[in-house]
Design a protein around this ligand. Sequence first.
Ligand code: MLT
Length: 212
Amino acid sequence: MTNTDQLAFIHRFVPASSPSPGVTLLLLHGTGGNEQDLLTLGQELLPGAALLSPRGRILENGMPRFFRRLAEGVFDLEDLKLQTEELARFVRAASEKYQLQASKIVAVGYSNGANIAASVMLTYPDVLAGAVLFRPMVPFTPAAPPDLRNVPVLLGAGRRDSIVVPEQTLALAEILKTAGARVSLHWHEGGHELGRDDITAAKDWMHVEARE
Ligand code: MLT
């Protein structure tokens, strides 16, 4: 069932299949996706984990996104700030409603979803316990580094990605490292689309970083 309830994002919530509340994966789709897109991936990455999957509230020619852009790779920073705040608020409200452990929410974002996850980390460093960011860019450059000490982040970049050039992912890695995050990088030999190797790398990362 897709919910809106009191929460500001249309979303899917899949409760954990283990009785003790552990890690929740916050699934953030790419441009043109929706709340259904990453559920299977989430189940594969961390079987039994609760899944919280919102749909981006911005429409670009009918395609859902998490924030507006002015052109490919050029972000509307005012809207990014607003949507980042909205998403952080949604995560907090959903944690209460679904009785999630707020300190164990790990984002899994693809492309535009990875960018909003990075923006949440850089703006509200206490909201996410970690993140897997597939094909991310620098959402914005923070004026001062937030405190992300020891927060684990996996960045998955495509060596031949023409939408997100590898330099963008490397620049984000530097920003996160400066903030104290423990950054791992996975290089996929192809482009923007996810490969099996991306998923394997994320599963391995989850096994180490997101244990119950
Ligand atoms: C974006 O956030 O615009 C991404 O980097 C590219 C995309 O989602 O297509």
